[in-house]
Design a binder for this molecule. Structure first.
Ligand code: SF4
Ligand code: SF4
Length: 337
């Protein structure tokens, strides 16, 4: 009979996937759970938590495994996992993705950066960091990020049989989309082989970090004096960078003819304009650039642009912040912008 390598005090091996809507973490969680239950005969459960079912909003998927003699009577979110999978680096800004990691736990991150940079941003003090460039694999194979992440997760959860996942991929695609079988198996295998590991030693005094539930920014204890709502009925403070799935539009002003075709299709008011003059000195509004705070990376503007003034660019950490042109709203949170 198969026995799990690690368990908590209730007898569970637990995995938490941290993602944003649209990247397929929910499906990846289901597939992992099925592989443990149907492939290895373990007891297992999986569920996800998300707010509005909207592309770009934070999503968590939870997977619990236990030996067959243990019953799963715990259906609460996983707070102290053995393995964490982070599908998108923009999550660091809003979510403490490594919250509650076990001292001997593993965090898998989809990233192009090196170990120490990722560790610093994660504020990871100890444990094993695993990195894989799942987006590049998915782009090169013309598939999805979640398949490459699944490959890396199978390598981490080495009690799961990778051949069973290859069979699931074959069964999923071979009837309707046979041309997708090989690229998806290749994506899975590349995630499995290309993931790299680095362990940060546990300080002698370190114990498992407890789970910390973030407090809401505004509640009955933190309400502003008089309950004044300073930004009523607008989304001026909304940051959509977590919605981008690895690409953003890059603006080249030299090639721009200021035709506003991009602005007409942009659903999020990202383009910033200023009054100026054309070459003959006539009044004209001139495109200044893109306010990436509101850009969700749909790339509709790139398709609409009649010149090469907009192109799609693989997003690097810090690019959006450096090249952002701020919208000139008259007020931000009740103050002059
Ligand atoms: S569509 Fe292209 S050329 Fe027209 S304003 Fe936008 S960036 Fe400039
Ligand atoms: S990709 Fe272009 S159209 Fe889409 S939200 Fe960003 S700026 Fe607007």
């Amino acid at each position: 009979m198969f026995v799990l390598p690690k368990k908590n005090e209730l007898g569970f091996f637990e995995i938490r996937l941290e993602s944003i809507g649209g990247l397929g973490a929910n499906l990846a969680g289901k597939m992992l759970a099925e592989a443990g239950v149907l492939g290895l005969g373990l007891n297992g459960s999986n569920f996800s938590s998300y707010g509005s079912e909207k592309k770009g909003s934070p999503v968590k998927s939870f997977i619990r495994f236990c030996d067959t003699e243990v019953e799963i009577r715990d259906h609460s979110p996983i707070e102290q996992p053995h393995v964490i999978g982070v599908f998108h680096e923009a999550l660091y800004k809003t979510v403490n993705v490594v919250s509650g990691l076990k001292a001997d736990g593993i965090v898998l991150v989809n990233t192009t950066r090196d170990f120490d940079e990722v560790k610093k941003d994660l504020q990871l003090e100890y444990g094993t960091l695993a990195i894989v460039d799942a987006l590049t694999i998915a782009v090169e194979e013309n598939t999805k990020v979640n398949t490459a992440m699944l490959g890396a997760l199978y390598r981490i959860c080495d009690f799961l049989d990778p051949e069973s996942m290859r069979n699931v991929i074959r069964k999923t695609f071979e009837k309707k989309y046979p041309h997708l079988v090989e690229p998806n198996i290749c994506t899975f295998d590349r995630g499995y082989t290309e993931v790299e590991f680095k362990t940060y030693e546990i300080p002698v005094t370190a114990e498992d970090k407890g789970f910390s539930r973030p407090l809401p920014q505004l509640g009955y204890l933190t309400q502003e004096i008089g309950g004044v709502i300073t930004t009523q009925a607008n989304s001026i403070l909304k940051d959509l960078s977590g919605s981008r799935q690895g690409f953003l539009p890059q603006f080249n002003m030299v090639k721009c003819i200021h035709c506003a075709a991009c602005d007409n299709v942009c659903p999020d008011n990202c383009f910033v304009w200023e009054e100026g003059q054309d070459k003959r000195g006539r009044k004209q509004v001139i495109l200044q650039g893109i306010d990436y705070q509101y850009c969700k990376g749909c790339l509709k503007c790139v398709e609409a642009c009649p010149t090469d003034a907009l192109g799609d660019l693989r997003e690097m950490i810090g690019y959006a912040e450096t090249n952002r042109v701020k919208q000139n709203f008259p007020y931000v949170a009740g103050r002059m912008a």
